[in-house]
Write a protein that binds this ligand. Structure first.
Ligand code: AR6
Length: 170
């Protein structure tokens, strides 16, 4: 049987015309650099307002690493942003399992929303310094194993090196 429909583009995740985009956030949910900064900048203040409400209601101590939670996508073409917190390379025990969990929990959140198409960045491979080859292997394996039922699961890689690495893993 054919597995999930995994696709790959080189580009900017904020420009993807999909139901949900995944954000490589941090546990504060209050924004940062990289993908997180780009999503909040382009999506506008509605996203941050909803993140603040989520913090107040559920995540006073922060969103734990490996978990995921959804908000509006504000002015982005997508309908929802799914915020997940990747592990920092070299710090946590079981960090590979936490990176897999980011992908699994993002899929779970997407299913709950009814999203059919979801775009993923290369979680943890920027500020959090995860080696690209290893991150690509974990991301591809997890979406392949757990991504049944979606119309499309799209990796969006910012630069050519990341694109080539994910392409090889696929
Ligand atoms: N579209 C797609 N990919 C991008 C974009 C974009 N617009 N911008 C960067 N990338 P990072 P992390 C790539 O650092 O490692 C933030 O400050 C980038 O080249 O965004 O999980 C958060 O608030 C890299 O390959 O996420 C956290 O504190 C990949 O996206 C922390 O960074 C992920 O890089 C999270 O670090």
């Amino acid at each position: 049987m054919a597995g999930p429909n995994l696709t790959l583009v080189q580009g900017d995740i904020t420009e993807q015309d999909v139901d949900a985009v995944v954000n490589a956030a941090n546990s504060s949910l209050l924004g940062g650099g990289g993908v997180d900064g780009a999503i909040h900048r382009k999506g506008g203040s509605d996203i941050l307002a909803e993140c603040r409400r989520l913090r107040a209601s559920h995540y006073g101590k922060g969103l734990p690493t490996g978990q995921a939670v959804a908000t509006t996508a504000g002015r982005l073409p997508a309908r929802w942003v799914i915020h997940t917190v990747g592990p920092v390379w070299g710090r946590e025990e079981d960090r590979s399992e936490l990176l897999a969990s980011c992908h699994r929990e993002s899929l779970r959140a997407a299913r709950e929303l009814g999203a059919r198409t979801v775009a993923f960045p290369a979680i943890s491979t920027g500020v959090y310094r995860w080696p690209l080859e290893d991150a690509a292997r974990i991301a591809v394996t997890t979406l392949r194993e757990e991504g049944e039922g979606f119309a499309e699961l799209r990796f969006v890689l910012f630069d050519k090196r990341a694109y080539d690495t994910f392409s090889a893993a696929l």
